[in-house]
Design a protein around this ligand. Structure first.
Ligand code: ZN
Length: 246
């Protein structure tokens, strides 16, 4: 399975380990240039070149060795390069392995390109965390969340929701009020995954069912969150958490 979809022109692979992001970004890039019937087929000349790192239409944008971030002039150079038609494939893929190292000016310079890339051009951005990325960049990407070590870290929010007293639960729900839209979505995703894990580990069927129901509610809330204010998300979550105690 890959995240490749020919209609997508910007992916953001977030979370997971660097090796996981590297593997998936390489698969997406190979799929974009593949000449086989089920991309990435792994055997056509394009896939073979991609696997060897030799495909001329798969380009990596790396941070310069002596620099802490990816600079705006690198994005301008990328933009000029992107205007040139692909060499061999129908598509041209730019992989940015450390997109979280794009400085704000570089991100702003990148926006137009992300929104309306030249024909056939696509981008695969990789980031351990998305805290340094502008919401305008995030909103232009199809985000793929990789499950990494961070997902198994104990979360105070999850702990309050699962094991807290009623006031703990209300405080946990209220913490959503202060978040921006992208963070609300991330926090709900983390909470949903945590609840699903807890449900799998619950010793008794009744506890399992209760946690699974709550996980479903959070998954549903995450879908609706795009259309709700952070305050509404917080209120709905608080109401549901209190009800689950009754
Ligand atoms: Zn292929």
């Amino acid at each position: 399975m890959t995240a490749y979809n020919p209609n997508t022109h910007a992916w953001l692979l977030q979370g997971g380990t660097a090796a996981e992001r590297e593997k998936l970004s390489s698969e997406i890039a190979a799929a974009a240039v593949c000449r086989g019937s089920e991309p990435p087929c792994g055997v056509c000349p394009a896939c073979v070149k991609a696997a060897k790192g030799l495909h001329p239409d798969i380009i990596r944008l790396e941070r310069e060795e002596d620099k802490a971030s990816i600079l705006v002039r690198q994005i301008r150079a990328l933009s000029e390069d992107a205007a040139i038609a692909p060499n061999e494939a129908d598509r041209k893929v730019y992989i940015i392995p450390e997109a979280d190292k794009l400085n704000p000016q570089a991100q702003n310079a990148f926006l137009k390109l992300l929104e309306e890339p030249p024909k056939g051009v696509c981008f695969v951005l990789c980031a351990a965390g998305i805290g340094s990325l502008l919401p305008t960049v995030l909103s232009r990407c199809t985000r793929v969340r990789l499950r990494g070590e961070e997902a198994t870290e104990p979360s105070p929010l999850l702990d309050a929701v699962v094991r807290g007293s009623e006031p703990d639960k209300i405080m946990a729900a209220l913490s959503f009020e202060k978040l921006d839209k992208a963070s609300v979505s991330d926090a709900l995703t983390a909470l949903w995954r945590g609840l699903a894990d807890e449900a799998r580990r619950a010793p008794d069927p009744a506890g399992r069912e209760k946690l699974a129901d709550l996980a479903d509610f959070v998954a549903d809330l995450r879908e609706k969150a795009a259309f709700l204010s952070a305050g509404s998300v917080s209120g709905l979550l608080a109401a549901r958490l209190i009800q689950s105690d009754k």
